[in-house]
Ligand binder design. Sequence first.
Ligand SMILES: Nc1ncnc2c1ncn2[C@@H]1O[C@H](COP(=O)(O)OP(=O)(O)OP(=O)(O)O)[C@@H](O)[C@H]1O
Ligand SMILES: [Mg+2]
Length: 244
Amino acid sequence: MISVNNVHKSYTTGKEIIKGVSFEVQDGMIFGLLGPNGAGKTTLMQMISTLLAPTSGLITIDGLNAKDNLLEIHRRIGYLTTEVRLDPMSTPDKLWDFFAELYDIPIKESAQRKNAIFGNLGITPFKNKRINELSTGMKQKASIAISLIHNPPVIIFDEPTNGLDILTSKQVTDYLLDLKKDGHSIILSTHIFSVAESLCDEIAILVDGKIAAQGTVDELTNLAQAKNFEEAFFKIYVENHVEE
Ligand SMILES: Nc1ncnc2c1ncn2[C@@H]1O[C@H](COP(=O)(O)OP(=O)(O)OP(=O)(O)O)[C@@H](O)[C@H]1O
Ligand SMILES: [Mg+2]
């Protein structure tokens, strides 16, 4: 379980970017973070992934916190950022083997997992191509596979379908649903409403560093008295955004 408790973050003194955010994600749940550019989604996900320390507040993964259990938390988290840079001269296959060794994954297990994930995400046909010869979507799929190399129970994906066509996007969202069925807890951010609607058990709408509303797609739509989720998002944004 992921627990985020009254988390605040300032990059510079006097300007708070995350202003007291709390939520919980149970095992086997997909939790969506939606919000306009600059709302603080990436900042929040970097803090949950321990890459960034909160200014105050507490984040725990299965009861463990980054201060006391950093290594164990890293073992439990798979994090996909929007700014991954894979070695341009390597290949998906070689990168997988490199990271598998880094994570001490036994060779046989690594080969099995590689085949399964590469198959599920459709990476196999280009697994021996150089990264600098891959399309945006191919690179994204390779990044997703490698972020899951250690089979982490907790998955934090920042805009996983960014730049993907609808076919590739569906491969990724279907795969996330499989992972959810296997009991993984997943936090994802997205700007794509259909992705949020088809995947998320619960959604938090982040506006100016605060959760403006939280619930299922239906709950949020009813709450905003909107005719669909997209309209609900706009209404919730307009009601909560404050110009500085
Ligand atoms: N390293 C940093 N130093 C200072 N300010 C930062 C830093 N990273 C992000 N910010 C600021 O924090 C705020 C939130 O940024 P963040 O990247 O978390 O938003 P986001 O919700 O992920 O947006 P997007 O949808 O564009 O990805 C923005 O105002 C941004 O300028
Ligand atoms: Mg972001």
